[in-house]
Design a protein around this ligand. Structure first.
Ligand SMILES: *Cc1c(COP(=O)(O)O)cnc(C)c1O
Length: 494
């Protein structure tokens, strides 16, 4: 085994056509069959296309041109906050000192990297008003899990075991999933039918019914309808009367940043979606960073190690005996920190305020325009950074569903919004233009939506069978994912 690989050897006296020949490399055999259990080895060869580098490159380049990205046009996926990602973020995130750090490098050699993380933590404290922050979780969903573990650890530290958590029916699917994963039972509370918010009275009913079995409540603010939870402070009071904790899903912070401190709303623990609010390209499952902020009484339970400042040194402190432990390897998704820090510093105090103002202005402008074009929302309250249309009238009168309108948008070269979420809106069509879009871009989106509305009245079939102009038509999405066909094209028509 392990023969030494000699460098490619050139024999000048050889018999090659121009007087030298190359001796092939002596590559050691790894004897895979002996190292990998027989039953795991493939029986037949994989049918992969055999291509030259040039052909493979052209294939992927061609695919990249068929792709859609926020760098191309509006990406109005509600809840996902697909905003512009400044290119300077990428330059900073690629600084070799950040990229090439080995995860086991001792603290004293990564002072710069630790400082970036520390400063970001400090800024998130200022932005949220919370007392301590951990950057460790690598997604919003993992931030939720961290937060719920912290709530459980807090109750356990008082010798209590609470088994229920309250979650409004407008919540993101990750909230009940998190609660279940943490071993709690999620109790759904109904949002107010007309106004689209959770009322303190409903929470009070739950507290009267379940009492100190309630560990806490998870609320998203503004909620997934884009509506500010106006009774959140009363809700916090009701919860605190039995020492239940208020968790805030902070995925929608781009509607609040610079104007509202979650800490002042009575929130005990929250997560940020750094990749959404503070700009990192995301989607398709990652990457993410779900930093968690807590009030003082929950600080001892934050994950370890904590990144701290000791004199003029930055250190990783493991010495927190009550900590819930470690949730992710090493530093979390480190490369999102320099991006978020760059974004925050570049925006500055005033800029951050403007983010939320423009996010709300853009979404409200677009909602009003679409309402003038025949589209309807379900709730009476004003919306903030996003809004949810209900296309139920189009479906009833013309047989055109939210999915059809979404597909038809593709024909006009636009990305579709989120559809069929939140679940409490029938034929939901959830639009979040973000603060990055210009008035021109919003007007264009509204104009295309107007055309589709008219088509739905006059020629519903063209909408029902869309898309017509895309490289592939309507897919059976489940089958396409499960029965993947590997093939290639170079763009030359046969
Ligand atoms: C995006 C989002 C999440 C989940 O965040 P991930 O980073 O995708 O795990 C949770 N709640 C809300 C409201 C969100 O928009």
């Amino acid at each position: 085994m392990n023969k030494v690989i000699e460098p490619l050897s050139i024999e000048l006296s050889g018999s090659g056509a121009i007087g030298f020949s190359l001796r092939p490399l002596d590559v050691p055999s790894f004897e895979l069959e002996k190292k990998i259990p027989q039953k795991l080895l493939r029986k037949e060869e994989v049918n992969l296309p055999q291509l030259s580098e040039n052909e493979a490159f052209r294939h992927f380049f061609r695919l990249s041109k068929l792709n859609y990205a926020v760098d191309q046009n509006i990406y109005p996926l509600g809840s996902c906050t697909m905003k512009y990602n400044p290119k300077v973020n990428e330059d900073v995130a690629r600084i070799p000192g950040f990229v090439h750090v080995h995860p086991h490098t001792p603290d004293e050699f990564v002072q710069g990297s630790l400082r970036v993380a520390y400063e970001l933590q400090e800024l998130l404290k200022v932005i949220s008003g919370m007392d301590a922050v951990s950057l460790q979780p690598v997604a919003g969903a993992q931030g939720e899990l961290t937060g719920v573990f912290i709530i459980q650890a807090y109750h356990r530290s008082k010798g209590e075991k609470r088994d229920l958590i309250l979650i409004p029916d407008s919540a993101h699917g990750t909230n009940p999933a998190t609660a279940t994963l943490a071993g709690l039972k999620a109790i759904e509370i109904k949002t107010e039918d007309r106004e689209g918010i959770l009322t303190a009275d409903r929470v009070k009913e739950m507290v009267d019914r379940y009492g100190e079995r309630i560990a806490g409540l998870m609320i998203t603010n503004p909620n997934t309808l884009g509506i500010f939870e106006a009774e959140i402070m009363e809700i916090a009071e009701v919860l605190h009367s039995i020492d239940a904790q208020l968790y805030m899903d902070g995925a929608n912070m781009n509607a609040l940043v610079g104007h509202v401190l979650p800490a002042e709303l009575g929130v005990d623990v929250m997560h940020f979606n750094l990749h959404k609010t503070f700009s990192t390209p995301h989607g398709g499952g990652g990457p993410g960073s779900g930093a968690v902020g807590v009030k003082k009484h929950l600080e001892p339970f934050l994950p370890v190690p904590r990144i701290e400042k000791d004199g003029d040194r930055y250190v990783m402190n493991w010495d927190y005996p009550q900590s819930i432990g470690k949730l992710h390897a090493f530093y979390g998704n480190y490369n999102i920190y320099p991006r978020a820090l760059t974004y925050i510093l570049m925006m500055g105090d005033e800029g951050l305020k403007k983010i939320s103002e423009i996010a709300v202005l853009n979404a409200t402008y677009l909602r009003k325009k679409l309402e003038n074009r025949g589209y309807r929302t379900k709730f009476s309250r004003p919306t903030m950074h996003e809004f949810v249309l209900s296309l139920v009238n189009l479906k009833k009168e013309f047989g055109v569903k939210a999915l059809d309108v979404a597909k038809r948008l593709l024909d006009y070269g636009l990305h579709a919004p989120t559809v069929y979420f939140p679940l409490i809106v029938e034929e939901a069509f959830m639009v979040e233009p973000t603060e990055s879009e210009s008035k021109r871009s919003l007007d264009n989106f509204a104009e295309v939506m107007r055309k589709i509305y008219e088509e739905s009245l006059e020629n519903p079939d063209v909408v029902r069978t869309a898309p017509h102009n895309t490289p592939v038509g309507r897919l059976d999405e489940v089958r396409a994912a499960k029965e993947l066909k590997v093939s290639w094209r170079d763009g030359i028509e046969d």
